[in-house]
Design a protein around this ligand. Structure first.
Ligand SMILES: [Zn+2]
Length: 265
C-alpha cells in the first residue's frame, strides 16, 4: 500500500478480554514477498514503469541503490503469524510497504496475491486450519462481523494470525467487502490511543497509516512488542531513505537505524 493511503478509523470497540496464549507450531511452506513478486513479473506483458524509472534501484528493497536499506533489514521473534494479501497493482510498486512485514517476520509472514473469486488453494487451506485464529485488520462497523481489540481468551491453543489487506484504501475496502471467502473471519480494530504505550511512535496523523504501520500496531495490540518495534523502525528507515533518495540525497543515520541495531536478533 502506498505510504499515506491507509485509513483506519479510531477504534471504538471496548472489548477488554484478558487472555494468555500458548502457540502451536504450524509446518507449512512459506510464500514470501519475493516469490509473489517473481510470479507477478513472470506474468507481466510489458515492463513495469514505476515513477522514477530512470533511478537505478536495488532489486531487493527497490530503493535507489545508493540509499539501499537491505543492510538494515532485521528479523524479529513473533508468535503471531501474518497473511499478507497483496492487490496485484501493489506488488511491483517501489512505494509498497506491505513487503516490509515479510522482511521482518520472515517465515511467519505468508504472502499471496489477492483474487476476488479464486483465492490460491494454499491460502484457503491456511485460512481454514483449525489450529489458527485469524483476524482481519480492518476497521468495520458492520453488525454481522465480530470485532476484537485484543486476543480472545478462549482460543489459547491457536496461532493468532493477522490477515492484512495490502492496497490503496479504496482497494482494501473492495478486498474486504467483495471477498466472500473472508466473510467468516472476525476483525481486529486498532486501538490507536494505546499506540504509544507499546513504545511505537506516530509517524502521521491518527487516522492514516501505511500497511506496515497498521501491521506494527496490530502486532503490538496482540502483545508482539519486539516484532512491532522492529517493523516500525524498519518502516521508518524505509520512509527516510526513500524520501532522501527522491531528493537525490544520501540518507544520514537516524535514531531508527540505531534502534534496529539495538533490536537486532
Ligand atoms: Zn536494497
Amino acid at each position: 500500500m502506498p505510504i499515506d493511503d491507509y485509513h483506519l478509523s479510531i477504534n471504538r470497540a471496548q472489548d477488554k478480554i484478558k487472555c494468555h496464549f500458548t502457540v502451536m507450531s504450524i509446518n507449512l511452506p512459506t510464500q514470501n514477498y519475493q516469490s509473489v513478486r517473481q510470479q507477478r513479473l513472470a506474468r507481466a506483458t510489458r515492463q513495469f514503469n514505476a515513477r522514477g524509472i530512470a533511478v537505478k534501484r536495488c532489486p531487493h528493497c527497490l530503493v535507489a541503490q545508493y540509499a539501499c536499506i537491505c543492510s538494515w533489514k532485521r528479523t524479529a521473534p513473533c508468535n503471531t503469524e501474518v497473511i499478507l494479501l497483496m492487490h496485484s497493482a501493489e506488488i511491483l510498486k517501489p512505494t509498497n510497504t506491505g513487503r516490509l512485514i515479510s522482511d521482518v517476520l520472515a517465515d511467519k509472514c505468508h504472502v499471496f496475491e489477492w483474487s476476488r473469486t479464486e483465492p490460491p488453494a494454499e491460502l484457503v487451506k491456511m485460512l481454514n486450519e483449525p489450529s489458527r485464529q485469524c483476524f482481519i485488520v480492518f476497521p468495520t462497523e458492520a453488525s454481522n462481523r465480530q470485532v476484537y481489540s485484543e486476543k480472545p481468551d478462549n482460543q489459547e491453543s491457536k496461532t493468532p494470525t493477522l490477515i492484512i489487506l495490502d492496497g490503496t484504501w479504496r482497494q482494501a475496502k473492495r478486498m474486504f467487502n467483495q471477498s466472500s471467502w473472508l466473510k467468516p473471519f472476525p476483525c481486529l480494530q486498532l486501538n490507536i490511543a494505546k499506540v504509544e504505550d507499546y513504545g511505537l511512535r506516530k509517524a502521521f496523523s491518527h487516522e492514516q497509516f501505511s500497511t506496515a504501520q497498521a501491521a506494527a500496531f496490530a502486532l503490538a495490540q496482540l502483545g508482539e512488542i519486539p516484532a512491532a518495534q522492529v517493523l516500525q523502525a524498519f518502516y521508518s528507515v524505509f520512509i527516510w531513505h526513500y524520501a532522501e533518495s527522491k531528493m537525490n540525497r544520501q540518507p544520514t543515520l537516524t535514531d531508527n537505524h540505531r534502534l534496529l541495531v539495538g533490536l537486532a536478533r
